[in-house]
Write a protein that binds this ligand. Structure first.
Ligand code: ZN
Length: 142
């Protein structure tokens, strides 16, 4: 993993996350487009209810804040509903965090946390990514 290849096949677009006020209000549009709802999960650690929608080789996640005090709740009160983050799936998140740390990358999470579906996740600060909140995710081993 420690090379400069720009075609690392272990990387993929894991999901795009959209902050919404209410899953029940937002879901009919996406389901009406033909996307299949896979599950709705409460992730207490991130302060969200997550609806995961299948869209071929990736997912769309709708994020409903559990309260106004959560990160997504604050995001919505400051910016309104909208694109919240994109997530890149990685094979070994500890390797990525090590590399980012050695480069002095501004992080939101210096160490991995457990996210939806038991994945190991960490967020990179938008200041380091060109202005977009970026999540790294290593899926739970099957
Ligand atoms: Zn995410």
């Amino acid at each position: 993993m420690n090379n400069n290849s720009n075609s690392d096949s272990n990387l993929r677009l894991d999901h795009i996350a959209i902050a919404v006020n209410s899953l029940e209000e937002a879901l009919p549009f996406y389901e009406g487009l033909g996307l299949t709802r896979l599950e709705i999960e409460v992730v207490e650690d991130q302060g969200v209810r997550v609806a995961k929608l299948d869209i071929g080789n990736t997912h769309i996640e709708l994020l409903e804040p559990l309260s106004a005090e959560t990160p997504v709740g604050k995001f919505i009160s400051q910016k309104g509903p909208g694109l919240h983050h994109i997530c890149i799936g990685v094979a070994n998140i500890e390797d990525n965090l090590c590399q980012l740390k050695s480069r002095g990358t501004k992080m939101i999470n210096e160490t991995a946390k457990i996210g939806a579906g038991g994945a190991k996740i960490a967020f990179v600060h938008p200041k380091a990514t060109g202005g977009v909140l970026l999540e790294l995710s290593q899926p739970q081993a099957e």
